[in-house]
Design a protein around this ligand. Structure first.
Ligand SMILES: [Zn+2]
Length: 86
């Protein structure tokens, strides 16, 4: 009885992320994780600890933006005269 399949000598480990058995071999680039997704999730969890920066959402209303653009536009119109040198 000989086993010709390569999988016989492949080790399997538990994926640290989801707990499924993952192939522990060069074939599995995400090892010891079962998949790239689990690897990324794990990496993401590590990385997220350094990214706990509160995101300040500035609330601009469309009206505010309109006023801002109008103010800028008026200024530009006043300072920049059409170039008619051509
Ligand atoms: Zn997994």
């Amino acid at each position: 009885m000989t086993d010709n399949t390569n999988s016989s000598n492949a080790r399997k480990v538990k994926c640290p992320q989801c707990g499924l058995l993952a192939l522990y071999s060069p074939e599995n680039k995400a090892r010891p994780f079962c998949s790239d997704r689990c690897k990324l999730i794990d990496l993401g969890e590590w990385a997220s600890e350094g990214y706990k920066v509160p995101i300040q959402q500035q609330e601009y209303n469309e009206k505010d933006l309109e006023q801002l653009y109008q103010a800028l536009g008026d200024e530009n119109l006043n300072t920049e005269e059409p170039d008619e040198s051509k």
